[in-house]
Design a protein around this ligand. Structure first.
Ligand code: 3PG
Length: 306
């Protein structure tokens, strides 16, 4: 019987767990939900006899992969797979997949929610501002960026985008003004919504060169990965642009310094909240289970990333 380990430090919503179980039961697979574990050692012990894994942002290190002698596939229930060591997986003939698009709406709604929260002064006394009429720059027009653009249009925002990997005509067909450089996007917009993955090209790439181009009062919303921001440069920009704002789904490493010095000009979720909805968990969790079954039973490698 194929054994699936669902290893989630941050568990799926109960409704998602129920649906994942139903999919695996129907396929006659064995499974274990290994939730809220406390250490990598516990994960290493739990993975021993797993044929397949479903994970979220859980760290799938070479040690985890090496400890899993039967492992054939890891599905990251989500978009970003920077938490999975692809080299170790490939070296051990383990297929890695993600589930693109399945949790995108949840992340997009959070990005808009954070903009509103900031525009309304964290819901404190006093007058705020509106999103209507403001310029929104989408940095990377993938599944999430596109949905943020769609929702923001409903608020009457003017949408701009920069994404060298998406054909310009596709973005323009959606009424988006496309820039050829990130610099232009940052110099033009009141809000920048980040949707780039974290990889060796993008880590710390949102740096002084880009952020210092932003207008007075401009705001960066990061529902991508904290690692893409150059945190030292961020402090410099906060100092120089006295109404610059930064919102991030998960706190940066220099969170204490930023909140102490710049107060309400920043906001950080205590834990990564972007995909924390029942709907996103159901979509990504069920897709993961189905992808594992399709791979084990039929060798289907759609969504393989290594
Ligand atoms: C993703 O990459 O899909 C999101 O960042 C969600 O991550 P999570 O599953 O850890 O909430």
């Amino acid at each position: 019987m194929t054994k699936v380990l669902i290893a989630t430090v941050k568990p799926f919503a109960p409704a998602a767990v129920k649906e994942i179980k139903a999919v695996l039961d129907k396929a006659n697979y064995d499974y274990t939900f290994f939730e809220k574990y406390n250490s990598q050692d516990e994960l290493i012990a739990a993975v021993k006899d797993a044929d397949a894994m479903i994970v979220r942002s859980d760290k799938i290190t070479p040690e985890v992969i090496n400890a899993a002698g039967n492992l054939k596939i890891v599905v990251r229930a989500g978009a970003g797979f920077d938490n999975v060591n692809l080299e170790a997986a490939t070296a051990n003939n383990v297929v890695v997949m993600n589930t693109p698009g399945q949790n995108s709406n949840a992340v997009a709604e959070l990005a808009i929610g954070m903009m509103i929260y900031q525009a309304r002064n964290h819901f404190e006394v006093g007058s705020g501002t509106e999103l209507k009429g403001k310029k929104l720059g989408i940095h990377a027009y993938g599944n999430v960026g596109k949905l943020v653009a769609h929702i923001a249009k409903g608020f009457g925002m003017e949408i701009f985008a920069y994404d060298p990997f998406i054909p310009k005509v596709e973005m323009e067909a959606e009424g988006v003004t496309v820039f050829e450089s990130a610099e232009e996007l940052y110099a033009t917009c009141d809000y920048i919504s980040l949707h780039i993955p974290a990889n060796k090209h993008t880590v710390q790439s949102i740096n002084y060169d880009l952020l210092s181009k932003m207008k007075k009062g401009a705001c960066v919303v990061n529902t991508a990965r904290k690692e893409v921001i150059h945190e030292t440069d961020l402090v410099k920009v906060f100092e120089e642009n006295d109404s610059f704002k930064y919102l991030s789904d998960i706190a940066p490493d220099n969170k204490d310094l930023l909140t102490e010095r710049f107060g309400n000009r920043c906001f950080f979720t205590p834990k990564k909240m972007g995909a924390q909805t029942a709907e996103a968990n159901i979509n990504a969790g069920v897709a993961s289970a189905n992808q594992i079954i399709a791979f084990i039973n039929n060798g289907d490698t759609t969504f393989k990333v290594n």
